[in-house]
Design a protein around this ligand. Structure first.
Ligand code: SF4
Length: 358
């Protein structure tokens, strides 16, 4: 790619360095961020769930206690009729198994939202659910009522991990569910949980490869944590479950992100949002887990590109907007870049570049 006319000038201006050559110039590998939608989330903790899964504590995760669907419906009605609410926004049903709510609740909720979708006040209807709670007729009905994005709590496509978690479905069923959502013309979201009981690193990498092949519109990666008041907490106390360490988890998340980026698949979230009432007993937690993974993924990408160059460059030039990302938290990746023979500098261009001095 030809450097922008002012690339050399920017470099000199930034570093005062003598002239050189740009060997490789490239954009950040993540899919371009679309404007983040405002989401009105309706939490339905455990509603419709055929069981309470061993790692799950929805009330603590969402900050919402289970309540009768009639009460949720009344609250949503009031919210949607509150013209003081800013619009437009998306409406999402999270925290339970939306497609397995007892009839006629899925229909009732979507019919409530329908007029607001028609008026433009709501821009999209989305839900989360389990892979084994779908059928073509049901999806067709929900789509006709305005649903356009289905997030599947796949967790893993690996039979051993799914069996160890007693999820109640196997990898083939999870895969078919994803294909069904796509085949019905709905957008697909895939949620994965690296580090589940019974899951190996190799199995998670395979999960990512299968996800990339499925081409969902979004992904969420929630490394498995031991939450209080779960069966997983008992297993952990008994020594029957050992969570993945933080460093190894960040490495795997970075590899996963890079694969997803390469496939053009956005990742909407990495790691549980820690909030009041969520008691995490063990597991790979970090308040900036997503940023750690993203920085490491970018490093892996740059290392790949570097390997394709004939001679070692001396400088990695990064746009200023990546200042917080390129070297990681507290410059944790500075040593890794140095080990590649790279000095990292910021410049005023929008792309990254590998630069060699003459
Ligand atoms: S993981 Fe999903 S299906 Fe299982 S209890 Fe939690 S919300 Fe329900």
């Amino acid at each position: 790619m030809t450097p922008a006319p002012n690339a050399e000038l920017s470099l000199k201006g930034a570093s005062g360095h003598p002239s050189g050559r740009i060997l490789d110039r490239f954009a950040h590998p993540a899919p371009p961020r679309t404007q983040r939608a405002r989401i009105l989330s309706v939490f339905l903790p455990f509603a419709g769930c055929p069981q309470r899964c061993l790692f799950c504590n929805q009330p603590a995760q969402t900050g919402a206690a289970p309540e009768p669907l009639e009460a949720v419906y009344a609250r949503l009605t009031a919210l949607l009729n509150d013209t003081g609410q800013e619009a437009p926004q998306e409406l999402a049903f999270y925290g339970g198994t939306f497609t397995a709510l007892p009839a006629p609740w899925p229909r009732r909720f979507l019919e409530l939202a329908g007029p607001h979708l028609a008026s433009g006040r709501l821009t999209r209807l989305r839900c989360s659910t389990r892979p084994d709670a779908l059928s073509a007729p049901l999806l067709a009905e929900l789509k006709s009522l305005g649903l356009s994005l289905v997030e599947l709590g796949v967790q893993s496509f690996n039979d051993a991990a799914l069996a160890a978690c007693q999820r109640g479905y196997g990898g083939a069923a999870a895969h078919q569910a994803c294909e069904l959502v796509r085949a019905m013309g709905l957008d697909l979201g895939v949620q994965l949980m690296p580090g589940l009981p019974g899951q190996t690193v190799a199995a998670f990498r395979e999960d990512i490869a299968r996800t990339v092949a499925l081409g969902p519109q979004l992904t969420r990666l929630y490394p498995c944590l031991v939450l209080a008041d779960t069966r997983l907490a008992e297993l952990w106390r008994d020594g029957a479950y050992v969570p993945w360490p933080l460093d190894a988890t960040v490495d795997e998340l970075a590899r996963a992100l890079l694969a997803l980026w390469t496939g053009g698949i956005p990742t909407a979230r990495i790691g549980l949002a820690e909030q009041e009432g969520l008691e995490i007993l063990a597991g790979p937690r970090h308040p900036a887990l997503g940023q750690l993974a993203r920085s490491r993924a970018l490093f892996l990408f740059i290392r790949q590109r570097l390997r394709q160059l004939p001679a070692p460059p001396f400088l990695l030039l990064a746009p200023r907007r990546l200042q917080g990302e390129i070297l990681g938290q507290k410059n944790a990746l500075a040593g890794d870049y140095a080990a590649l023979g790279l000095e990292v500098r910021l410049w005023d261009e929008p792309d990254l570049a590998l630069y060699a001095r003459d």
